[in-house]
Design a protein around this ligand. Structure first.
Ligand code: FPP
Length: 260
């Protein structure tokens, strides 16, 4: 389904939001999700943790498609944190292979849905073949305009801020930047994603599955005014209905941004 192929006078994204019981005028532009509970889901069934990750990839597919349908502009998914490198090598390798498979398998759907693939994190740590698939997918989808699907890979929020500070220091040392002109937008421009074309730099809502209530080094700069929604379902069993319920909870919150 492509939201740009509309029947004249009818906005399909608005219709989709309304039929999900959501207010189309107050949808978040930028949704960020901490996909937690893959291991627990598999373990609870007596299976290997990797099976939870594979099932989790199917949920990524479903939530991405539904987000485009609703008219969300940016979806950032915490797919692999900088801390996840400390997991057993068998699991990190599996996750890398799964990511590669996902990117290859999803390209046609991303194109069909007008989704631009982006990635944030210390991507130089990814295996070179996975990095090549990632780069090819980013290039192939760069012109898509309906939604950005941003994968946080080898991502840590503190690393991101440190890397932005280093970029600023380099620009100042090279005489390209006056220290007096360093402001929030100068930092924003040096974050991994740069400045977002959809005006959706800031995260509106962070959803975390598996009943956890931690930020875990995820988007500390971008999420300062985000609403936080914790969902009991484990990621592999997270449904479209759970997703819409989380978005409804977001819409029920009063956002004051420090005002009254
Ligand atoms: C956290 O659950 C999840 C991860 C570390 C990996 C997330 C990966 C996916 C959802 C699948 C692959 C993603 C893409 C984009 C193809 P956990 O394993 O820490 O769960 P636990 O806390 O129950 O052990």
């Amino acid at each position: 389904m492509n939201p740009t192929t509309a029947v004249p006078g009818i906005d399909p994204a608005h219709e989709a939001a309304r039929s999900a019981g959501l207010d189309p005028a107050r949808l978040p532009k930028h949704v960020a999700i901490i996909m937690d509970g893959n291991g627990r889901w598999a373990k609870g069934r007596g299976w290997d943790r990797t099976r939870g990750h594979r099932q989790g990839a199917d949920v990524v597919r479903a939530i991405t498609t539904d987000s485009v349908r609703l008219g969300i502009r940016r979806l950032t998914l915490y797919a692999f944190s900088s801390e996840n490198w400390s997991r057993p090598q068998i699991e990190t390798s599996y996750l890398m292979r799964l990511l590669d498979e996902f990117l290859r398998g999803e390209l046609a759907t991303l194109q069909e849905n007008g989704v631009r693939l982006e990635a944030i994190g210390r991507l130089d740590r990814l295996p070179s073949d996975v990095r090549a698939t990632l780069d090819a997918t980013r290039t192939a989808t760069a012109a898509n305009r309906n939604m950005a699907l941003c994968l946080a890979l080898s991502y840590g929020g503190r690393d991101e801020i440190v890397d932005a500070c280093r970029a600023i220091a380099r620009d100042v040392a090279a005489g390209r930047l006056d220290p007096q002109s360093v402001d929030a937008s100068a930092v924003q421009a040096r974050l991994y994603a740069g400045a977002c074309r959809f005006g959706a730099d800031d995260v509106d809502v962070v959803i975390r599955t598996a009943g956890e209530s931690r930020l875990s080094n995820f988007l500390p700069w971008q999420a300062i005014y985000a609403e936080y929604v914790s969902v009991a379902a484990l990621w592999p069993e997270f449904t479209i209905t759970d997703y819409h319920a989380a978005l409804k909870e977001f819409q029920a919150r009063e956002r004051r941004f420090g005002g009254v």
